[in-house]
Ligand binder design. Sequence first.
Ligand code: URA
Length: 433
Amino acid sequence: MRTVELVERKRDGGRLTSDEIAFLIAGYTKGEIPDYQMAAFCMAVVWRGMDMRETADLTAAMVATGERLDLRRFGRVVDKHSTGGVGDKTTLVVAPLVAACGLPVAKMSGRGLGFSGGTLDKLESIAGYRVDLSTAEFLAQLERIGIVLTGQTADLAPADGKIYALRDTTGTVPSIPLIASSIMSKKIAAGANAVVLDVKVGSGAFMKTLAEARSLARTMVAIGKAHRLAVRCELTDMEQPLGRAVGNSLEVAEAIATLRGDGPPDLLLLARLAGAEMLVLGGKARDRAAALRRIDRALADGSGLAKLHELVVAQGGDPRMVDEPSRLPRAPHVETLKATRTAYVKRIAADEVGLASVRLGAGRETKGQAIDHRTGIVLHAKVGDRVERGAPFAEVHHSGRPADAEAIEQVRAAFAWSAGKVGPRRLVLGRIS
Ligand code: URA
């Protein structure tokens, strides 16, 4: 087979066979197909798409590049994943809460992708925290404390790790077959029985419309069915950032505050809903109401926060940063943006806020680039809030480089204002399973 012919066929809108897809994915993973050909192939998929059979084959080919974990001895294991958004630190709240309720959480997370942040980058704000556990360490930790939050081990769906990094910097993220296969290959390889997926919709998500988000959700449910993995999708709003913090250590601090009972209402609601869904799927609660009561107990009695502490210790992180989040890395400069007139926040362009955070160094513009965990944005107002003239509506945490001025202006411009009242946005837009 000649790689260029497969790229050309997809470019011209043709379909690839299972063997051709397996050849491309295995060849790229082994280093026999170069980055530029795989990038061209991904771009062709962005434009031409794949049908359900090709998408399922792509997922299976990615799973086949590595091992598949057998987690049966842990009982039912439920995973959680978000399709990516701005300010989405839900995993840092949900995973410890669910583990504190007795359901094992074994999660392999990703790095930031385009303007959306990644759980691994956030966790690395905690000094010493290791995201490169081996499979043996992963299993031993799950056995010992019932929670693991790490990167994809080199043995599990290694094709996804490589393709994900390539897509991040080649403009090839927003594609239903690429996103669905990326997420589902990790979930299948990681051995979960069920997965709760948060499919984000809006300017700060890869799916801009509810119709696209539904289609992505249905694709993932179908892939799950083919691999005997129960999939529940929640479609949630990403027209404005989630919570108030955007940027790695700022988001970790917000997740800790949420586990302490002092989090922003939208983040708290999503974390409670996802956590409850996981407990029901994992057989730890008979219905959503009972599951929500258990999650609320883990919030109120501090057991969720204690689980995060245990997790950080187990993975080599400095637990003092959980006890005192003021110890997390902090940017040397904070620019406070103030309202020039009294008005209601009509819109906060989540994509612009996400791009501004990348410009500040919180995300990557080139593959493998080091990031600055200290930088980011804190929103003092969300859509529907009234801000008095002279009051702060956002803070930009930056390192003081001349180029940061552009990011500051980008955050200012991301806000649209209204003289009249504006209602709050609806957070949960639908469910598919
Ligand atoms: N999350 C993933 O794991 N992969 C994608 O492609 C997008 C979001």
